[in-house]
Write a protein that binds this ligand. Structure first.
Ligand code: NAI
Length: 262
């Protein structure tokens, strides 16, 4: 098991910035690959080559298999031979991402929950060829971040999103078919099932584009029509209503991301 001293994070969005914060607080030196929007106390770069000395590189870019594979193939070229390449993917096959590299035994899923500094869980996903050493290094690093881990086999959506995202999709169908208002759907689920956020509110928090991408992976990967994305979810994404990060999703948000009644 390797002692992780430096980490590279790629994708400076909601997840990547939180993961970089966790690593920095755990005393690990971090390179964060961002286009803009540098964070204090972290080394920020827009040049992937700067990540060549990292012991572990964590990818948190857009939820697209093609884009992730292209990046992993590039990382395979740039990263030092001993480096572990981890993906924060919410649903995409680690085995297939690993196939874009020459080091599949050093590729693993490290799925943080949103927001990473606050949520206790990290879901670790082993691809077909992920080695025990890679698993132990990433498990130990997650524990150093103060996280509790669960392990999942490499199937679409893993554990958490296999269950959560179809529930969110069903909430969209409930809205789409006029069963209830968005407020009543959220209040019903919050108070009726003791959840901190209603499913539509949670979808806005996750990002509707991310929810849709995950539903598509479940639909294609599990081949069952029960996973078809709700047309209303598709339409919102087509319209650029991506949730809090865009100021509008199911609900509308102000500058500080507070909910505006509309
Ligand atoms: P986001 O949209 O907030 O951030 C993605 C970032 O990646 C953006 O800054 C974008 O500019 C950058 N990016 C896109 N393509 C890139 C490329 N080729 N190279 C470098 N940077 C690139 O998305 P978010 O929510 O942070 O999601 C990122 C990943 O984390 C996705 O795989 C998602 O499924 C996963 N995830 C998301 C969660 C959520 O609740 N939003 C929870 C757990 C995992």
């Amino acid at each position: 098991m390797a002692d992780v001293k430096s980490v590279g994070v790629i994708g400076g969005g909601q997840m990547g910035s939180g993961i970089a914060q966790l690593a920095a607080v755990a005393g690990i030196s971090v390179w964060l690959e961002v286009a803009t929007n540098a964070l204090k106390n972290l080394k920020c770069t827009s040049n992937l080559e700067d990540l060549q000395s990292a012991d572990v590189i964590i990818e948190a870019i857009v939820e697209s298999e093609d884009v992730k594979k292209k990046l992993f193939s590039e990382l395979d070229r740039i990263a030092k031979p001993s480096a572990i390449l981890a993906s924060n993917t919410s649903s995409i096959s680690i085995t297939r991402i690993a196939s874009a590299t020459s080091r599949p035994c050093q590729v693993i899923g490290m799925h943080f929950m949103n927001p990473p500094p606050i949520m206790k869980l990290v879901e670790i996903v082993r691809g077909a060829d992920t080695s025990n050493e890679t698993f132990m290094t990433v498990k130990t690093m997650a524990e150093r971040f103060g996280k509790i881990i669960v392990c999942s086999q490499d199937y679409p959506g893993f554990i958490v999103n296999r269950i959560l995202i179809p529930m969110i999709n069903e909430a969209f169908f409930t809205l789409y078919t006029g069963v209830a208002t968005r407020e009543d759907i959220d209040t019903g689920m919050k108070l009726g099932t003791n959840q901190p956020m209603g499913p539509l509110e949670l979808a806005d928090f996750i990002g509707l584009d991310v929810c849709l991408s995950i539903m598509k992976v479940l639909h294609v990967g599990l081949g069952d029509s029960k996973y078809r994305p709700c047309p209303l979810l598709v339409q919102y994404v087509d319209a650029g209503r991506l949730g809090r990060k865009r100021g509008i999703g199911v609900y509308t948000y102000g500058k500080q991301q507070e909910l505006i009644k509309s």
